[in-house]
Design a binder for this molecule. Structure first.
Ligand SMILES: C[S@@+](CC[C@H](N)C(=O)[O-])C[C@H]1O[C@@H](n2cnc3c(N)ncnc32)[C@H](O)[C@@H]1O
Length: 234
């Protein structure tokens, strides 16, 4: 994807845009798709098309999880089980290698885990960076591809964007918008192999009926629509 960042009609680099973002109103334009725009509204970065909008609000989402886990056990969550979270045991450090719009990272954070996040798509990275700039919650975020960054953790969590060609139901509007600017992560098999070679435990998110992305996992944890395939180092 090629993008242009415009500040007072002068083009600036992605790095400068990321630095300036919390303080100045930037308008930038995604050249690939003229219908997609990004706005700063009260320091909040919002990606908009004619049908939907995306922004990340860390405080709002964490508050939602906090209320939910006030009445429900964290340890019964399929993702918590897949990560290997057990009552009375040390909590693992997790790297969310596919930040996206942070939904899974914030769920992991609400389990009380030490979470680091990376994201390689520049627009997603800007949404994440902007969300971090607008909260007091500490989240260790790196912009780039996990295979270059090689972040240290006990568990690597991987949720790439798959092709949805044969999907029967149409996606929610904000999901469609997200897919439009991310595209398909064509390197998901090689990245999964890299993770399995480099981390003690790897959790790959799949839709419940999808085949395994690569080899047979050590075990799987299934929820209603999602399956987590867990790969353990020998
Ligand atoms: C399906 S989305 C993830 C959604 C995310 N789990 C959430 O809850 O919002 C996949 C994201 O991972 C990013 N991604 C895919 N492969 C990556 C890699 N090797 N390194 C860093 N980011 C990657 C994509 O750019 C995309 O934003």
């Amino acid at each position: 994807m090629s993008m242009r960042f415009l500040l007072d009609n002068k083009e600036i680099s992605l790095g400068d845009a990321l630095r300036i973002l919390p303080n100045l109103a930037i308008y930038f334009e995604v050249l690939k798709d003229k219908a997609l725009e990004c706005h700063i509204d009260d320091k909040k970065l919002i990606v908009v098309n004619d049908k939907s909008k995306i922004f990340i609000d860390i405080d709002r989402d964490l508050e939602y999880h906090k209320k939910f886990f006030y009445k429900h056990s964290i340890y019964k969550e399929p993702l918590a089980k897949a990560i290997g979270l057990k009552k009375g045991q040390l909590k693992p450090k997790v790297v969310d290698t596919t930040g996206g719009f942070l939904s899974d990272s914030l769920l992991l954070l609400s389990f009380g885990l030490d979470v680091s996040v990376c994201e390689r798509n520049p627009l997603s990275a800007m949404l994440i960076q902007n969300a971090i700039d607008n909260t007091h919650v500490e989240l260790d975020f790196s912009y780039g591809c996990i295979t270059d960054l090689k972040l240290d953790a006990d568990v690597a969590y991987y949720d790439p964007m798959y092709s949805h060609k044969n999907e029967k139901t149409s996606p929610k509007k904000h999901m469609k918008l997200f897919r439009d600017f991310i595209g398909v992560d064509e390197d998901s098999v090689s990245t999964a192999k890299f993770l399995i070679d480099n981390y003690k435990r790897v959790v790959i998110k799949r839709s419940v009926k999808a085949p395994f992305l690569i080899d047979l996992p050590s075990h799987s944890i299934s929820g209603k629509s999602t399956r987590y395939d867990v790969y353990m180092a020998n």
